[in-house]
Write a protein that binds this ligand. Structure first.
Ligand code: NI
Length: 206
């Protein structure tokens, strides 16, 4: 998920100029891996996973995001990284908040809904209000591979729902009205033609 409020992508056509610090390109809308249901990870490969997570954090920071799911870097596995430390001015409770989540699943949402503006590194230049529950029941393994089964609230609940959706092949534009999707149609179809306006390294369908 892109940080909100957003510093919008620079008006640079992809591939020409981007942040060189990025280890991994971000897969853009249209790439089939973004629509696949991701597999649980094999816990026997912890070392490889820790390298992957470290590369994902680097990519997340370089692209100014707050959350990144493995399908967005082309891996159909249940790995998510979330860095809310960049929002600590607005949300002091998230100071130093940088965590990885493995084999994450949303079990259920709470009853209270809220509309909040979201953006996504795989949908550069699009931001829309998305209605989601304010609390969410999730299960996952933490950075140290310890299991958790808990209800989460606050902005973290929002980011988790956005990121864990990626593991189900769901993108936030699936959760907006047909009208709002129509309003973004030209951007969505330009992604399919390999055009994405942003200042980070990307991989597109063409
Ligand atoms: Ni996203």
């Amino acid at each position: 998920m892109k940080s909100v409020p957003q510093s919008f992508c620079n008006l640079i056509w992809n591939q020409k100029e981007f942040n060189e610090n990025m280890k991994l390109p971000i897969y853009i809308y249209g790439m089939p891996v973004l629509r696949a249901v991701a597999e649980d990870i094999d816990l026997a490969q912890k070392e490889e996973l820790q390298t992957l997570v470290s590369d994902m954090f680097e990519t997340l920071t370089a692209s100014n995001g707050v959350g990144l799911a493995a399908p967005q870097i082309g891996r159909s596995i249940r790995v998510v990284v979330i860095d809310l430390s960049v929002l600590s001015e607005e949300y002091p409770e998230y100071k130093d908040f940088r965590h990885a989540y493995y084999n994450a699943h949303v079990l259920e949402g709470g009853n209270v809904m809220e509309s909040i503006e979201e953006g996504c590194l795989s949908l550069p230049g699009i931001s829309e209000k998305v209605e989601r529950p304010t609390t969410v029941h999730v299960k996952y393994l933490d950075d140290k591979f310890q299991p958790h089964d808990e209800w989460v609230s606050g902005y973290l609940a929002r980011v988790m729902q956005h990121e864990f959706d990626h593991l189900e092949g769901i993108m936030f534009v699936d959760r907006i009205s047909t009208f709002r999707r129509q309003m973004n149609k030209s951007k969505l179809s330009s992604f399919l033609k390999g055009k994405a306006r942003c200042s980070y390294k990307v991989k597109t369908l063409k």
